[in-house]
Design a protein around this ligand. Structure first.
Ligand code: ARG
Length: 588
């Protein structure tokens, strides 16, 4: 379905042509003075030079061509040459009616859907999730859902950090503590136990301790590096122990991501591509791309147009060990072979942007990808505390994701039970749903690349640009609709009517831009556009709600028109929060 701005622009273009001017001048935009008009066209200003005429004269002539327009109720030429526009109520109603019958409210589907892999989440096995991982999960999940809604085939891959030194560190510490376990007995031939010899909490205690020790104790560090090497090269006992670490850790991660309403299609990790590395390295050497520099194997990735120094991409260290790069490159190769994506999107901390520049260049140069494969890095900023510094616990430690969510759930629970008696279980459920909207909306409403301040008080507020405000609005609509049903009304047989008040028209004007908004949120990989859209939409709805007696309206046709408008507003709001990755409760 054509976007409303395109429909209006076409009408305006016809008028420019009819008045003897070029078609290009007829582009219409949203009004930047909503107090004066709904849309505007600045084409007369742009055409003044070309036609050597005062812009106001051009504007008046064009306006003269639109007096019988079916689209515009008002076209006024105002000094120095703007065209201020208002829509006919009937045109607005008809457009909205068509939207409500089209799939996805008239969002056009791509002629050739893309296959996209999104690499997000990126937690490290055996390390607790912290707030840094929160952003990748929230943003990645949302862009995945937006791209899917826009008609593309999208595969989300968590890309676990499960192959590096941290694994060797844990193995080493376990060996110090339990040397009698069969995993450390090289002559052991039997089957290893099915149960892991540790729990997730033990694992989470072991990793930071081992990491601390290795920084102080060179011998311990060497041991850990050896253990990593042996593990990667297939030492049977170490592999079995590693599998336990992975299983215990992944079970815990799944629980955490489920609580966040984040779902991955693939739970692959760095370890999965280990066996592809030798072949990839051979090809890079054979193609003449990789060479030895100071013992290490590298690929040059600098380009003549670079304004800053882009160091070579290191493929293997001098001891032959693979690096973070190596697994990322091999993963690209695996994804190309198995999935054949048109596009790869990485949602990672923006401090890794140089790293991804190197990896992407190397992948292109060594032909791991097709020339037309798109490689995109969506780098996000840091989540800061109110002091403007990276978010910490009250004691100054790294904030665990679970603690953060517990804290915000509690805060929400308090707000929900304040001055009200709600059933304990129900209040807990509602608190969880609303708290998630607070965290996700608080994050997504900022442009991803920017740092932002995590402010519990602001995010959990029911007023202002927050998730709870959006949910509150949806719940308000749902409650009116359910009262209407209780009064014997049906939600399906209602028919949208022409707007009869400013506030009703204002709400309709917000609704009609849904498809254009969703299209640009997808094209620009910008969930914040969905947030700012629903904030405006919720405001427009609440304004309408305060100005209008909905259920007590006496004219049955008008009343049904209101109900139809509410249904559409609810559906569009719920579609938007669904792509943002949260939901609304039935009551609040
Ligand atoms: N595990 C990494 C970290 O915690 C993030 C992984 C990002 N994705 C990737 N393909 N490199 O920093």
């Amino acid at each position: 379905m054509n976007k409303i701005l395109d429909v209006i622009s076409d009408e305006m273009k016809r008028a420019f042509v009819a008045a003897g001017y070029s078609k290009e001048l007829g582009k219409v935009t949203l009004s930047n003075r909503p107090d004066l008009c709904e849309y505007q066209c600045n084409g007369a200003m742009a055409g003044a030079k070309q036609y050597k005429k005062a812009p106001i004269m051009i504007a008046q002539e064009v306006a003269g061509e639109l007096t019988a327009s079916e689209i515009f109720e008002e076209v006024s030429a105002v000094a120095p040459g703007f065209l201020n526009l208002k829509l006919k109520p009937k045109f607005l109603r008809d457009y909205l009616l068509q939207m409500s019958h089209e799939p996805k409210f008239g969002l056009d589907m791509p002629v050739k859907p893309k296959k996209i892999v999104i690499d997000y989440g990126g937690p490290n096995v055996a390390k607790p999730l912290h707030v840094g991982h929160l952003r990748s999960a929230i943003i990645g999940e949302s862009i995945k859902r937006i791209a899917r809604y826009a008609g593309h085939e999208v595969i989300g891959d968590i890309h676990l950090g499960d192959w590096g030194l941290q694994m060797g560190l844990i193995v080493t510490e376990l060996e110090e503590r339990f040397p009698e376990l069969p995993y450390f007995d090289e002559s052991f031939q039997g089957e290893y136990p099915k149960e892991a010899p540790f729990t997730i909490s033990e694992l989470e205690e072991i990793y930071p301790l081992a990491s601390g020790k290795s920084k102080e104790d060179a011998e311990y560090r060497t041991k850990a590096m050896n253990a990593t090497f042996k593990l990667q090269n297939g030492e049977r006992g170490y592999r079995a122990l590693w599998q336990h670490i992975l299983d215990v850790s992944v079970a815990d991660l799944k629980k955490n991501y489920r609580n966040l309403n984040v779902e991955f299609d693939l739970w692959k990790g760095e370890s999965d591509v280990h066996d592809l590395i030798p072949h990839m390295v051979e090809d890079m050497k054979a193609g003449g791309y990789a060479y030895i520099s100071e013992g290490a194997l590298v690929v040059d990735v600098k380009e003549e147009t670079d304004t800053k120094e882009i160091p070579p991409c290191m493929i293997l260290k001098s001891d032959g060990a693979a690096l973070y790069n190596t697994t990322d490159l091999a993963t690209i190769r695996e994804r190309m072979d198995q999935i054949h994506p048109d596009e790869l999107i990485y949602v990672v901390d923006k401090r890794q942007d140089l790293y991804f520049e190197q990896v992407f260049r190397c992948a292109r140069k060594t032909k791991l990808v097709e020339p037309e494969t798109e490689l995109k890095f969506l780098g996000f900023g840091t989540m800061n505390g109110k002091d403007g510094k990276p978010f910490k616990t009250r004691e100054g430690g790294v904030m665990r994701l679970e603690s953060l969510l517990t804290e915000i759930n509690e805060e929400m629970y308090k707000k929900i039970t304040d001055n009200r008696t709600v059933d304990e279980d129900e209040a807990r459920d509602i608190a969880r749903i609303v708290a998630l909207s607070a965290v996700k909306y608080g994050d997504l409403s900022n442009q991803a690349s920017k740092d932002y301040i995590f402010d519990i008080d602001r995010f959990t507020s029911f007023e202002g640009d927050t998730g709870p405000y959006i949910l509150y609005t949806i719940v308000r609509i749902k409650s009116i609709l359910s009262k209407y049903k209780d009064m014997g009304g049906s939600l399906v047989e209602v028919m949208l009517q022409e707007p009869a008040s400013e506030s009703e028209k204002g709400l309709m004007l917000q609704l009609v831009s849904f498809n254009a908004m969703m299209e640009s949120a997808n094209e620009e990989i910008a969930p914040h556009k969905v947030c700012s859209y629903i904030y405006d939409l919720a405001n427009a709805f609440n304004h309408f709600y305060h100005e209008t007696k909905i259920l007590t309206e006496e004219d049955p046709v008008r009343k049904e028109g209101f109900i139809a408008l509410l249904v559409l507003t609810r559906d569009i709001l719920e579609t938007c929060i669904e792509v943002l990755g949260f939901q609304a409760p039935e009551r609040m």
